[in-house]
Ligand binder design. Structure first.
Ligand SMILES: Cc1ncc(COP(=O)(O)O)c(C=O)c1O
Length: 401
């Protein structure tokens, strides 16, 4: 049996000196609000928007209060009407159905497959039967569905695609950045994501009028000309008095913390992927464990890893989690009756009409998840994979699905 693990699964790396120095400048200036600028000054938020738009290869970028807020206003700015249907993954986290509800829509969940990807046949069927106009595609835990095939369905049913890239900042499908396939990409900069400002969100798009609406909604006090990566003032003329202010701006302090992190993102992705590869290789050798397959076109960011123990019973799953916990490894489970921490499923989103999702329920009943923070060394990752492997050996289940 491997020795116990003793590091925290929620400890991120410290914010580095460059971010701290920039944040100190903001604090000393007292100008924390994004529109509180000197004559020709571009605020830290505007600079972040410019720099992220460049990184993302998008025309426009808006920084805002959170990833969930970004999803909410993206849906509204895309034209979602009250009580209108939004197609979305069944396998996602609570902010996604929450954003749909917050924007006044109702979620229709699409099944996922064994590799945790959207089931495109179910998507096509439900797009047809519901007549929905919107797809909020959540690249949950960084798993990217075949985007060429997905876009085929999107085009056939004339869907407006918004990508939830909370877990795919920096990821690509066939060399196109996740977030650039549809109308908009929405990102989170909450502490456990790929860049960390505690809370925060980003919306990117190439569509000028959509971005103008997002900016108005975020609470621009008609100061939209002071944005870093905004469309021309002309784009605002038609919509400026028709768009409600739903204040959710980002402030200069958080933007200052984030800006230097963009330059470090590619290197951090490399570090995450080294850790992921190491854990994945070990888990793939365990008889009871199935790790999702990933396509060659998918360039993912391995900041967490998911694996299945097919046909595991609820009691076996609980024992497996407890055995890991006793050895210091925090494994999350998507099949529990009650939401625990970050893991919930459609049965706990009771504000959404109940839906029959047998296939995904079966998959999630044996689905486990763990974070791989960069505070874990490669040696730590080896140890935690050995612990999981030992605990999984104890689960006697019939792997045949
Ligand atoms: C899949 C997914 N989408 C969206 C969000 C929303 O991000 P935020 O926490 O910044 O609102 C999260 C955050 O946990 C998430 O995990």
């Amino acid at each position: 049996m491997a020795k116990a693990f003793n590091k925290s699964f929620t400890q991120q790396e410290a914010i580095d000196q460059e971010s701290i120095a920039l944040a100190m400048r903001v604090l000393k200036s007292g100008r924390l609000h994004r529109y509180n600028t000197l004559d020709d000054e571009l605020s830290q938020v505007s600079l972040l928007e410019q720099e992220y738009a460049l990184y993302q290869d998008a025309h426009y970028c808006l920084a805002c209060a959170s990833g969930g807020y970004a999803l909410n206003i993206a849906l509204r700015a895309a034209g979602l009407k009250s009580n209108e249907a939004v197609l979305t993954n069944m396998y996602t986290l609570a902010p996604v159905p929450g954003a749909i509800a917050g924007a006044g829509g109702h979620a229709i969940f699409i099944e996922v497959d064994n590799n945790l990807l959207l089931d495109l046949e179910d998507l096509a069927n439900k797009a047809q039967s519901s007549g929905a106009r919107f797809l909020l595609l959540s690249h949950m835990r960084g798993h990217i569905v075949d985007m060429e095939n997905l876009m085929g369905v999107v085009e056939k049913y004339n869907l407006t695609l918004i990508e939830d890239c909370a877990h795919t900042m920096g990821a690509k499908w066939n060399n196109t950045r996740s977030g650039n396939f549809g109308l908009a990409g929405c990102f989170s900069t909450q502490t456990y994501k790929h860049i960390n400002s505690g809370e925060g969100g980003l919306i990117t798009t190439d569509d000028a009028e959509f971005m103008a609406r997002c900016i108005m909604m975020s609470g621009s006090y008609m100061l939209y000309e002071r944005h870093g990566a905004a469309p021309d003032p002309d784009a605002f003329k038609k919509i400026r008095l028709q768009t409600p202010n739903l204040s959710g701006r980002m402030d200069n302090l958080r933007a200052a913390i984030l800006r230097p992190q963009i330059n470090k993102l590619e290197n951090n992705i490399r570090r995450w992927n080294e850790r992921y590869a190491l854990v994945e290789a070990k888990l793939r050798q365990v008889k009871n464990i199935v790790v999702p397959d990933r396509k060659a076109k998918e360039f993912y960011v391995g900041s967490s890893i998911q694996f299945r123990i097919p046909n595991v019973s609820k009691q076996q799953a609980r024992n497996f989690i407890e055995d890991n916990r006793q050895l210091g490894v925090e494994v999350k489970w998507f099949g529990g009756d009650n939401p625990s921490g970050f893991t919930s499923n459609h049965k706990s989103w009771q504000y959404v009409e109940r839906q029959q999702l047998d296939r995904s329920d079966r998959i999630l009943s044996g689905l486990f998840d763990l974070r791989l923070p960069l505070t874990f060394s490669k040696q730590d990752c080896g140890l935690l994979a050995d612990i999981i492997a030992d605990c999984a050996e104890k689960v006697t289940t019939n792997l045949h699905e």
